[in-house]
Design a protein around this ligand. Structure first.
Ligand SMILES: Nc1ncnc2c1ncn2[C@@H]1O[C@H](COP(=O)(O)OP(=O)(O)OP(=O)(O)O)[C@@H](O)[C@H]1O
Length: 657
């Protein structure tokens, strides 16, 4: 076990702080060197190299916009069809501010980026409550509106005094000057195209920040939102605000892509920013692999190369030669569309996603190990006590007069319940008694109609799920909820407070303290997995774990949240007897460590084994309360479960007890 833990600590998704730092520096160097190799041939300004240099520059620009979209679409699974609009806003915003507004270049860049961000934030504030296709449609509308505005505002362009920026441009943007250097675009034979060096430096910086971001707890929160917004909220993530922020960041990156574009081509024409641009950026993410660090980089490079080189045109010409007609052949956009369809069929996870999966399979990381070992094989490590935790027995939670109606149905009515520190309070009752509804009221799934839920004196009623989670209430679910496409280890890491609360700047800049914190999270997550018997499954995808193991994983994740109270909604459902024994041992150990728990359960063996107090509900109301023995022997409880108090059934419950 120890050697396994050492191997995991060194090898599964996290390395020593020094090795991690070396990896980060290497990433920046590799990107920098590849970029330099791409732009060096054009530095002499030779005319033949000009088109190549513009190609490289376009790739840089689309990469920037695509990584922004990847944050939104690849990680948070919010499909935006409007990234091209921000590209246009950045490009035109900069051009107007620089030329018309007379802003210094750097200030014009900054203000154009802020403008992109503000428009992105406003759009996000208005549309983030929409989901799926509705959200995509809003972004599509933005792309179309911006395209139309650019087409129609030629008069505005003329009036601006800028030489024809909005129509087919002969008017060229003056190269900008930064720190005494004139940054020439790769425009004509003889112009050095040295702006590419500056753009490469910016590109490397942005890529490093972006990589830091997606590999941090902040990135984990995006992946959590992408997998399940509902679950992310129960881990303390303010889903709405995080979605607004990520949309804003994506918009700023879209704007930056547009600013890159102006520096490379030095003139603007509305056709560049049509809806096909947005689709190209989406294609870049999908082809390269959404939700992977390098996916949009590779996808953007490939798609831009295909579009700008004559590869696709040659294929289109070859079709014409073959069929001898100019009517029935696939033009360049048609060929790109075909490539898109082929990618979706053959590489649904994109190039990088598919390569990652193949590597994972090759490394044998997906091996399923013995399912029964999960909860039975418990190692017990001490849970570091939470600071606020008080002495065992002190009242931690008090539910008073909690009520909830669904239409005409009183699902919970004037319920009362108290939970003490370091204790297990079981809530039992027949099907439909209102147990899960009570758990859902406590954890913010529903807002109570009436009543109070005080955790150590702090009122939780009416708080949102994420705020309740942050107050120290963690939960598991009747049907286990894990992030199926993440590893078991990553699932536990999703529980740490950093996922909900790490500031964006810290995630992107990754100061030395962040390296150490990530290391701590990793070690603690491994420890928690070991504690619930899942150490061997650390690198297995959570979706392929057995039911029992998923339940154990939920408990480990809840513990990662370092809560004051864990609400367990039928944790024994679907477990075999060995797993159930393991679960009982785990709960008792957690109690020993000072954890308070509410156990919603039908499994009377488990209740009898672990509960300090039992509350029985019936038809939404409190039926009985006391020790497990008292409540399980209560004739009213037996009657509620069985309809009528049959002496044989009472005897059966006695046995269970
Ligand atoms: N979202 C909802 N909308 C309408 N009715 C609901 C909703 N959630 C629960 N109910 C109803 O409220 C009542 C209590 O349901 P609840 O799931 O809380 O019971 P339970 O004690 O957890 O049952 P079980 O043990 O079967 O899970 C049931 O009649 C149920 O149909």
């Amino acid at each position: 076990m120890t050697s396994l833990l050492k191997r995991l600590a060194g090898g599964t998704g996290s390395r020593s702080v020094k090795a991690e730092l070396r990896g980060d520096v290497l990433f920046a160097l590799v990107i920098g060197v590849v970029g330099l190799i791409a732009i060096l041939p054009g530095r002499d300004g030779a005319g033949t190299a000009m088109a190549d240099m513009q190609l490289v520059g376009s790739i840089f620009a689309v990469i920037i916009a695509a990584i922004g979209l990847n944050l939104l679409t690849g990680y948070a699974k919010l499909v935006s069809l409007g990234q091209g609009a921000f590209y246009a806003i950045g490009a035109y915003g900069f051009a107007y501010l620089f030329l018309d507004g007379g802003f210094p270049a750097l200030l014009a860049i900054l203000v154009a980026l802020i403008l992109s961000g503000i428009i992105g934030a406003l759009l996000a504030l208005g549309s983030m409550r929409l989901r799926g296709p509705q959200f995509s449609m809003i972004t599509l509308v933005l792309a179309i509106v911006v395209e139309r505005i650019l087409e129609q505002l030629e008069t505005f362009g003329r009036a601006s005094g800028y030489p024809n920026p909005l129509s087919h441009g002969t008017g060229l943007l003056e190269p900008i000057e930064l720190f005494g250097t004139r940054l020439e675009p790769p425009l004509l034979a003889g112009t050095p195209g040295n702006v590419l060096v500056a753009l490469l430096i910016v590109l490397v910086i942005v890529l490093v920040l972006y990589r830091n971001l997606v590999r941090s707890s902040w990135g984990r929160s995006l992946r959590a939102i992408g997998e399940s917004e509902h679950l992310a909220a129960h881990l303390g993530v303010n889903v709405f605000s995080r979605k607004v922020v990520v949309f804003t960041v994506a918009s700023v990156l879209g704007g930056l892509g547009g600013i890159f574009y102006v520096q490379i081509f030095a003139h603007l024409q509305p056709e560049t920013f049509d809806i096909f641009l947005s689709i190209t950026i989406v294609l870049s993410v999908i082809l390269g692999g959404g939700g992977t660090v390098l996916g949009p980089v590779i996808g953007a490079a490939l798609i831009t190369w295909l579009q700008r080189s004559d590869v696709l045109t040659s294929v289109a010409d070859a079709q014409q030669d073959l069929f001898g007609t100019d009517r029935w052949y696939l033009s360049t956009p048609g060929l790109l569309g075909l490539l898109f369809v082929i990618t979706l069929f053959l590489l649904p996870n994109g190039i990088v996603g598919t390569a990652n999966n193949a590597l994972r399979r090759w490394a044998g990381a997906d091996d399923e190990s013995d399912a029964d070992a999960a909860l039975a094989d418990l190692e017990v490590a001490q849970l570091p006590p939470r600071e606020e935790r008080r002495e065992p027995g002190a009242e931690l939670l008090r539910i008073d007069g909690a009520s909830k109606r669904f239409g005409g149905l009183q699902a919970v009515g004037e319920m009362e319940l108290a939970v003490r520190e370091a204790s297990i309070h079981a809530v039992i009752g027949p099907n439909g008694a209102g147990k899960s509804t009570l758990a859902n009221l406590l954890t913010g799934v529903y807002q109570p109609d009436e009543g109070s839920f005080r955790l150590d004196g702090v009122e939780l009623a009416q708080l949102k799920a994420h705020a309740i989670a942050r107050s120290g209430v963690a939960r598991t679910f009747q049907t286990p909820q894990v992030f199926p496409h993440e590893t078991t280890l990553e699932n536990v890491k999703a529980g740490f407070v950093d996922v909900a609360q790490l500031p964006l700047w810290k995630a992107a800049l990754k100061p030395p303290s962040q390296y150490r914190r990530e290391r701590e999270i990793h070690d603690r997550a491994i420890e928690l997995l070991d504690r619930v018997g899942l150490a061997e499954d650390a690198s297995t995808l959570a979706g392929s774990l057995s039911y029992g193991k998923q339940r154990a994983l939920e408990i480990a994740r809840a513990m990662a949240m370092d809560p004051r109270l864990i609400v367990l909604d039928e944790p024994a459902a679907g477990l075999n007897p060995t797993e159930c024994d393991g679960l009982a041992a785990l709960l008792l150990q957690l109690r020993e460590d000072g954890m308070a728990m509410i156990l919603v359960e039908h499994h009377m063996d488990l209740v009898g084994q672990v509960a300090d107090e039992v509350t029985c509900m019936d038809q939404g109301r409190l039926l009985a309360h006391g020790s497990a023995e008292e409540v399980l022997a209560d004739p009213a409880v037996v009657a509620a479960y069985l309809g009528v108090p049959d002496p044989d059934d009472v005897a059966e419950m006695e046995v269970a007890r």
